[in-house]
Write a protein that binds this ligand. Sequence first.
Ligand SMILES: Cc1cc2nc3c(=O)[nH]c(=O)nc-3n(C[C@H](O)[C@H](O)[C@H](O)COP(=O)(O)O)c2cc1C
Length: 360
Amino acid sequence: MEENANFWSQLNRPIVGLSPMDGVTDPVFRTIVAGCAKPDLMMTEFTNAEGLCHGAEGEMSGLVYNPIERPVVAQIYGANPQAFFHVAQLVCALGFDGLDINMGCPAKAVSARGCGAALIGNPVLAQTIVRQARRGIQAWAEGAAVDDLYARFPNAPWQTHIPIETTRRPIPVSVKTRLGIGQIVIREWIKHLLEVSPAAISIHGRTLSQGYRGLASWDAIGDAVDVARGSGVPILGNGDIASLEEARRRAYEVGVDGVLIGRAALGNPWLFLKVTTARPPEGTSEYMQPIPLKKRLRTAISHARLFEKIRGRARFSAMRKHLGWYCYGFPGAAALRSQIVRVQNSTEVEDLLAPYLTGA
Ligand SMILES: Cc1cc2nc3c(=O)[nH]c(=O)nc-3n(C[C@H](O)[C@H](O)[C@H](O)COP(=O)(O)O)c2cc1C
């Protein structure tokens, strides 16, 4: 039961994962990314622990995944340790490879409730949440009753990827966080986290008040690496990384075990493609791989079709932003974008893109 429990320790360094993005890295996009170029790990969009305990449908859909994403981690946010105890068991039963606790979200709706990045200001609660999540996982690994879980979470996505009893393994609990709330306090903050030994800590190099403004401070991420040295807890850096090559360079320079990349993957599911040529052509990067326009647009169509199949036409408007991200950098792209962000379904997408896909 114990073997393979902690996938983090088995990944090659530097680890390069897809950073979770609410409203973007849904199961459809993650499936497309896995098909184009698989990162070392994927995380779900953040999902609310208390909402899951109340059976909220929207939250439950956050726990859907496709087995080709593995290792796949459920990211959960909240401020109620008891909710984490129960949700951790659900996450195990659904067959996730890990549970990540969001201690980094800056959104007012989240931080005003004491969740996300607000936990940086409440280390005792943050530690209690990690411990309760781990207690839930332990209870599950030791045989907590499946019927109790079905009764507590009747509308969970119980589509069984794997027989439920084979998932009784103690999955790792990790944390994703920021440098501080108003100021950078990562040296002190990370000590509190290290006291509860998460399986990994991912650090977005900005404070809560910064939101997404300014540049991520990789120097401050380096400070966290200093403090964590010798703890055995892998540290992942995050923020403003544009390519796989840059991720590897940063990991080397700053000494992190890995990197999460988010926004650079928008409209670019090939971000994690590593081109291995025996000898990279002079003056080119081993990792640069220009994706031909037709391939990009064909992928946009596949993405739209899969979105429609999984999430339905009624929700198709949530696909439009992805379509806008795929259509850039060619003559007529701006005009095409203004049309494509109004489409109602995948057939309209195919019709609009057809003129760009003719010829060899
Ligand atoms: C639209 C959007 C949604 C996000 N949602 C989440 C989330 O659900 N959970 C999380 O931990 N971080 C979330 N983030 C933060 C990213 O994971 C990442 O930390 C941040 O974008 C910096 O990395 P990047 O510069 O590579 O994008 C989100 C970011 C964006 C832009």
